[in-house]
Each structure stands twice: as structure tokens, then as C-alpha cells.
Design a protein around this ligand. Structure first.
Ligand SMILES: [Zn+2]
Ligand SMILES: [Zn+2]
Length: 372
């Protein structure tokens, strides 16, 4: 039996690199060799025992790789050695939810999220991709792993916050929290044509990137009355759309207070416990407000669109990839990321070692120029 290295969840606060069987594809499935992946805030929730997955599972849901092996039925569509990404969410495309436009909920609540949740994930040398026909997305020529590693989840999720918030040209938008997803929501608000974008976060380094990503105004919640300032900037009304990108009572409540009557709260956070809507901010339930929630959109067409935005230089997500580690260094990488040390935004994990599989940005550009 062939084996591979993978990061296995052993139980609360315990992960380890282990030798496990290398997957083989069944009909309609593919195996990709992972060249780059990353750690998500959701993985931190899992490792801390705040979101249940079964011990023995390989974690990680943001894969960039190379097609290693194709199951029956895929030979005419893909080639071995082709560089691909796969969305964090892998819809089947066939079920009730997929056919009704809720493909992230494929098969049932949160069902589209399979990698590192219900099936083995991407923190490994190889990854088995289910429903490969719907999910393998070839990487456009000339793009590096770092260019596209945030497409499977972070960019897709952040942008979904702006899309599902129904942002229109000329809207005012407030984005609560500027972690990687909040920053991509800020970028999404800009792409959707918002006139005024207000970014809120207590970390000045993140507010700086928020400005680069399209924020006109940045607010530090400990230094200013955020809601009063948002009202002042919007003729006393509140913003048309607020995006919540943290998953806490306080930011949810503030996002609700920040929207005008008839406005939309687009929620991206992952919450635990009970969430309360205060009477005043909720206008006793009579404010014509809309609250929408989103799980990351997946599937190969979504991935194609996101990578097209990168390929045509509408967006540059590389400032968010702040650190690189080999897969063996997962404990160091996880510690740095989960404790938010050293200005970390996202860490890139390289199962084949940090230097492997970096594609030159442009023909003729040496691999050394890829270090950022
Ligand atoms: Zn994630
Ligand atoms: Zn489905």
C-alpha cells in the first residue's frame, strides 16, 4: 500500500503529521497532489473543539495542486499533470439543493463543505476530489500558487458577502472586521460598485491593507464610536449594507445598528452559542431590514470566475499570504496563525516543501523573484 504524509486531527487541541494511505480515485473522482494549501479560521475552531469533526480526519479545505490520477469518466476532460484548484465547497451538482441554487448546502445543511469536515482534506500530499467533473478548476497559464490559493475559500466567501448583500452602484457599505475574509469582503464591495466603503478593525496593519483593498474610511472600534461615525458619514441614516466578518455577538449587533432602515446585514461569521438581535437595532422587527448568511460558494465555474479576476489583474490577493511553511511545520504554522502572531494574515503550507511548484509569474521571471 502506498502512503503519504498528512496532518490528522486527533482530538481537541491535537494535530499531528502522520503516514496514512494515499487515496485512489473511484469513478468520477480525481486525486490531486497538493502543492499549496492554507490554514483557515474555521480550522482553528475545529482544532479547539468548537466545531465537531471526527478524530482521524485530515483537515484543510483550500487546495491548489496538480492532477495525479483520474477516475473513470474524466479522461476526456482533464489531463494528468494539469494544475488545478478545487473550491473549499465541493457541490455534487445533482441533488435537490444544487438544483435549487443552494449548492453550498449540497445534500443538506452545510453539506457542500466536505474537505476537512466530512471527508479527508487538503493538509496532505494528496487529496481525493469527489464529483471531480463539477469541481476541478484548471489554473490559468502564468498564475502562481500564491496568486490563486485564496480562491477556494477566502476570496469566494468574502466576495459572497458583498454579492449576497446585494450591493448596488453608489451604495454605502460597512465591513466589520478585516481579517482575510473581511478584507475580501471590502474588495468585494469595491468590485460591486459601492461608493463609500467603511472598514472596521482594531488592528492598524489590517486597516492599512483595507485601504489598499478599497476602503475609503477605516475605523478603529476602540478609538471611536463606530456607529456614531457611520451615521455621521451617511447623513444620519446608516449604511445600505453592512457585512459581518467575525462571528461574534458584538460585531453582529454593531452591523445591525449600522444599517439604515430597509438596509441589509450580510453575515459571513461563524457563530457559536446564542445570537441576540437587540430590540432597538432591530426596530422591533419592523425596520424592513434583510439579514442574509452565506457559506462559501464552490464549484469549478465559481473558481474559474475568481481566477479570471486574478488573471486579468482586477484583484491581487497575494498581500494576504504573509508566511510560508512546509507541511511538516504545521504545528509552528498553526500556532502562529491561531495566535495571530507576527502580523499574520494567511500562511501558505507546501506539502512538497516551501520552494516546490512555484510557477514563474511571467515567462522569463526566475523562481527567486517569487519570494514575497
Ligand atoms: Zn475556510
Ligand atoms: Zn448537491
Amino acid at each position: 500500500m502506498t502512503t503519504m504524509k498528512a496532518v490528522v486531527f486527533l482530538g481537541k487541541d491535537r494535530i499531528a503529521v502522520q503516514e496514512v494511505p494515499k487515496p485512489r480515485p473511484g469513478p468520477g473522482e480525481a486525486v490531486i497532489r497538493i502543492t499549496t494549501t492554507t490554514i483557515c479560521g474555521t480550522d482553528v475552531h475545529i482544532v479547539r473543539g468548537e466545531y465537531p469533526v471526527k478524530p482521524g480526519l485530515i483537515l484543510g479545505h483550500e487546495p491548489v495542486g496538480v492532477i495525479e490520477e483520474l477516475g473513470a469518466g474524466l479522461e476526456d476532460l482533464y489531463t494528468i499533470g494539469e494544475r488545478v484548484i478545487v473550491g473549499a465547497i465541493t457541490p455534487c451538482g445533482q441533488c435537490f439543493y444544487c438544483q435549487n441554487g443552494s449548492s453550498s448546502q449540497c445534500g443538506g445543511a452545510l453539506g457542500g463543505w466536505k474537505f476537512g469536515n466530512t471527508i479527508n482534506g487538503a493538509w496532505a500530499e494528496y487529496l481525493l476530489v469527489p464529483d471531480a467533473k463539477a469541481n476541478l478548476a484548471p489554473i490559468p497559464h502564468g498564475l502562481t500558487d500564491e496568486d490563486v490559493v485564496l480562491c477556494p475559500d477566502i476570496f469566494s466567501t468574502g466576495l459572497a458577502g458583498a454579492e449576497r448583500g446585494g450591493i448596488k452602484v453608489g451604495d454605502s457599505v460597512a465591513v466589520f472586521a478585516q481579517g482575510p475574509i473581511g478584507l475580501c469582503a471590502t474588495l468585494g464591495a469595491k468590485l460591486k460598485g459601492a461608493a463609500l466603503i467603511i472598514a472596521i478593525d482594531p488592528t492598524s496593519g489590517r486597516l492599512e491593507i483595507a485601504r489598499r483593498f478599497g476602503a475609503d474610511v477605516t475605523l478603529h472600534p476602540k478609538k471611536i464610536d463606530t456607529i456614531a461615525e457611520i451615521k455621521r458619514l451617511t447623513d444620519g441614516r446608516g449604511v445600505d449594507v453592512a457585512i459581518e466578518a467575525l462571528g461574534q455577538q458584538e460585531t453582529f449587533e454593531n452591523a445591525l445598528r449600522a444599517i439604515r432602515p430597509g438596509g441589509t446585514l450580510s453575515s459571513l461569521g461563524v457563530y457559536s452559542g446564542k445570537l441576540v438581535a437587540p430590540y432597538q437595532a432591530f426596530y422591533a422587527g419592523l425596520g424592513d431590514q434583510t439579514i442574509v448568511t452565506s457559506l462559501c460558494p464552490g464549484g469549478k465555474e465559481r473558481m474559474r470566475r475568481l481566477m479570471a479576476m486574478v488573471a486579468h489583474r482586477r484583484v491581487d490577493l497575494t498581500p494576504l499570504v504573509t508566511h510560508h511553511f512546509a507541511l511538516d511545520e504545521i504545528e509552528t504554522a498553526f500556532d502562529l496563525f491561531s495566535r495571530q502572531r507576527d502580523g499574520v494574515l494567511k500562511v501558505a503550507l507546501h506539502p512538497s516543501g516551501p520552494k516546490a511548484d512555484r510557477m514563474p509569474r511571467l515567462a522569463g521571471v526566475g523562481a527567486m523573484d517569487q519570494e514575497r
